[in-house]
Design a protein around this ligand. Structure first.
Ligand code: CAA
Length: 387
């Protein structure tokens, strides 16, 4: 389908597709097997300006478009959802500064992030605060010109490989989510360390670890927004970043369909290629239709966000729910088309199914996304009925 992308967007999409096929696909199995972080590819992505995409031009970026981020994430995920996450998670980690940072904070951090000199990570989740993000226990206590941070974040994407951590901590536990505040913590700050590195089912090229703060002294100028605004900063960050997770899911689904078509064409049973069987054709047709419907929604919503839409929580959640559920269905069907071979690690398809699963879980489970969508449509319904 023609989505009437701009010349720049088409060029970026073409470049990301070429890099995905020529550089990422050949090493995807290696990173999946070893769980190593793909530093070589991150270096290449920096040279190709992929880390500039979501940053405003005045800070060395390419304009801050969600659409461009979606296009690059989708194409890279077509080859490897884990590798693509090095880019998408750095966007997530930078968004609190992009959305709510001061001019000084933006001048200090965004140009280096745009150059790909280092990666960012977003630290919200804690062992006892996953879906219930307002229940965070990490504390930040004001001490003169500093805050002293204590606590533990876990499941942090880019944890241990990032140099800039945007952290949501509680400055007033008695106020729950209204007592949360956002901070920037730089790698090398005394008291910042990394704990357990997770051994994951999928997206194994991505680094996931605990991030620990022990009497970590943060200057007041590293606070993002006012005290008590941290939960809103986190929610706005996730609103802007969820279309990126959706794009990751979309790319994984498309990559699985590409492989399923190739396999069905060359696999012969009953004396003919299995692609000639209607049972296979109908599966492929459904997979392609679901993928295209998902792409249409993600692109439309990304354009809406880039046009300056303010309340995007519902639409952003819709992207993630649809794309991740489609990715799970499409990758499961792709494994089915591969039959017994699809279940074996010698073939590339089972990795797509493993990689797809996380997109239904992180950046808010799909149950939380449905809650966000439901709350918004009920609120909108109530305000419509008053008109
Ligand atoms: N934009 C702006 N403000 C928002 C908002 C939004 N999207 N959503 C909520 N708020 C505001 C509300 O208006 C409210 O403000 P007031 O206190 O002034 O009224 C305040 O935030 C609290 O909102 P709720 O009452 O709705 O909060 P809640 O406790 O019911 O929780 C939730 C809402 C949607 C469930 C939220 O907790 C949530 O999103 N949970 C999922 C967390 C999540 O996505 N975690 C993923 C972590 S990141 C990750 O996975 C990446 C990685 O690295 C692995």
């Amino acid at each position: 389908m023609d989505y009437f992308l701009t010349e720049t967007q088409l060029e970026l999409q073409k470049l990301a597709r070429k890099i995905a096929m020529e550089k990422v696909r050949p090493v995807a199995a290696h990173y999946d097997k070893t769980g190593e972080f793909p530093w070589e590819l991150v270096k290449l992505f920096a040279e190709l300006d992929f880390f500039r995409i979501w940053i405003e031009e005045e800070y060395g970026g390419m304009g801050g478009g969600v659409m461009e981020l979606v296009l690059v994430t989708e194409e890279l995920s077509r080859a490897c959802g884990g590798v693509a996450l090095a880019v998408a998670a750095s966007a997530l980690g930078s968004f609190p500064v992009v959305i709510s940072g001061t001019k000084q904070q933006k001048e200090k951090y965004l140009p280096d992030l745009a150059d790909g000199k280092y990666l960012a990570a977003f630290c919200l989740t804690e062992p006892e605060a996953g879906s219930d993000a307002g229940a965070i226990k990490t504390k930040a206590v004001r001490d003169g010109d500093y805050y002293i941070l204590n606590g533990k974040k876990h499941f942090i994407t880019n944890g241990g490989v990032a140099k800039l951590y945007t952290v949501i901590a509680s400055t007033d536990p008695s106020k729950g989510s209204r007592g949360a505040t956002a901070f920037i913590v730089e790698e090398g700050t005394e008291g910042l360390s990394y704990g357990k590195e997770e051994d994951k089912m999928g997206i194994r090229a991505s680094a996931t670890s605990e991030v620990i703060f022990e009497d970590c002294k943060i200057p007041v100028e590293n606070r993002i927004g006012e005290e008590g605004q941290g939960f809103i900063v986190a929610m706005k960050t996730l609103d802007k970043s969820r279309p990126g997770v959706a794009a990751q899911a979309l790319g994984i689904a498309q990559g699985a369909l590409d492989l399923a078509i190739d396999y069905a064409r060359q696999r012969e049973q009953f004396g003919q290629s299995i692609i000639s069987f209607q049972a296979i054709q109908f599966m492929l047709a459904d997979m392609a239709t679901q993928i295209e419907a998902t792409r249409a929604l993600i692109y439309a919503i990304s354009k809406m966000i880039d046009s300056g839409a303010k309340n995007i929580a519902k639409e952003s959640a819709m992207c993630k729910v649809l794309a991740s559920d489609v990715a799970m269905k499409v990758t499961t069907d792709a494994v089915q088309i591969f039959g017994g071979y699809g279940y074996m690690r010698d073939y590339p398809i089972e990795k797509f199914m493993r990689d797809a699963k996380i997109t239904q879980i992180y950046e808010g489970t799909n149950q939380i996304q449905r809650m966000v969508i439901a709350r918004n449509i009920i609120r909108e319904g109530a305000s419509q009925s008053k008109k």
